[in-house]
Write a protein of this length. Structure first.
Length: 364
């Protein structure tokens, strides 16, 4: 009994504190299992529930052998009542699920972190236009905080509901923020040429992500319009305090995880006179205190393998005349999803932001 009680508490700064009780809705997908991988090693977390209607009763480690000896829980039914006993619940689910369940959890005093799209776009009509379902939870949408931690930390601290950013939007926003904040680039157009591994499409079986279809090939998709566009444009326009015209083209590349975004921005009359060193210094100073953003030396070429499995986002700058090129890489499942969600949890509960996120990238 003593061992069980001790496992529910942690010592921080000489004080005994209760561990954060965590639930996960949607634990059978890639972002769900990534949450389990990270949270199972988090010193201040007690995993309470991982829900799945179809897999209720199945040991989690039976579905994911990588978690054998690490996660001893079984999948539980969402209606079991376990989620209401948690301090925070992560939704690693398709759009529509979090908005249906969040109000009841909030009423029970549970905080919510949604890795889906339900609370990312503040305009419900825009959400409905892009996601083709009605938004049924506009009161929660109004209070939800957009959880790009580095740029919205103070609001995340106070939040009951956090909308975890999309993977592509994370790279575009962190890559462009210093320039937009200082009004250094033309706003029409900004071009984002982005590429993601196939895990970004989720774990469901689809022809386009079959090995024979995705391997040894590369293709663009969503060129006429992608769901991450309105989310990103809203945030970029907020940084610039003006309307931004973003041309965003995502591509599917034949690797499992990883994301590379090449961003093109035209310097204005003021910034075009800046030296490369001054632009580099702006980025370095902006992210100097950020544990998970690495501004590499000017002219570097960041690689996706340098961030695989880690919560680090790396970026580097290059220039052709008045055209600035920002290269950004991240692991789409970690900094682009589950890692950033845990980063937000740490901030919400007053923990060190890096807690449980010290994973070094896997190489080779």
């Amino acid at each position: 009994m003593f061992a069980v009680v001790v496992a529910m508490f942690v010592i921080m700064d000489g004080k005994i504190m209760q561990k954060i009780k965590v639930g996960i809705v949607g634990g059978t997908g890639y972002t769900g299992v990534e949450l389990l991988r990270i949270l199972s090693q988090h010193p201040n977390v007690q995993l309470v529930a991982i829900t799945s209607r179809s897999e209720a009763g199945l040991p989690v480690a039976q579905m994911f052998p990588s978690l054998r000896g690490v996660v001893d829980l079984c999948f539980s039914d969402p209606n079991s009542g376990l989620l209401e006993t948690c301090d925070v619940v992560f939704f690693a689910t398709p759009h529509g699920v979090a908005m249906a369940q969040a109000p009841e959890l909030l009423a029970a005093g549970v905080r919510v972190i949604d890795l889906g799209a339900d609370f990312r776009i503040k305009d419900a009509q825009v959400f409905e236009q892009w996601y083709k379902i009605p938004h049924t939870c506009e009161d929660v949408l109004k209070e939800a905080v957009y959880g790009l931690t580095e740029l919205n930390r103070d609001a995340v601290k106070r939040a009951r509901v956090v909308a975890n950013p999309g993977c592509y939007p994370t790279t575009m926003q962190l890559g462009l923020y210093p320039l937009l904040k200082e009004r250094l680039i033309a706003l029409d157009p900004i071009v984002a040429d982005c590429k993601s591994g196939v895990s970004g499409a989720g774990r469901k079986a689809e022809v386009g992500t079959l090995f024979s279809e995705a391997s040894d090939s590369m293709k663009a998709y969503g060129v006429a319009g992608h769901r991450h566009t309105p989310e990103t444009v809203a945030q970029l326009s907020q940084f610039a305090d003006a309307s931004v015209n973003l041309i965003f083209t995502p591509h599917l590349i034949p690797m499992i995880r990883g994301m590379h975004s090449t961003l093109y921005a035209r310097l204005n009359e003021v910034s075009n006179a800046w030296s490369n060193e001054r632009i580099q210094s702006l980025f370095e100073q902006t992210y100097a205190q950020e544990s998970f953003v690495d501004v590499m030396p000017w002219g570097s070429h960041p690689e996706t393998r340098s961030v695989r499995g880690s919560n680090i986002l790396r970026m580097a700058l290059q220039r052709h005349g008045d055209l600035l090129i920002i290269l950004v890489v991240q692991d789409n499942l970690v900094k682009g999803a589950s890692g950033q969600a845990v980063q937000n949890m740490n901030v919400m509960f007053g923990l060190p932001e890096t807690e449980g996120l010290g994973m070094v990238a896997l190489l080779p």
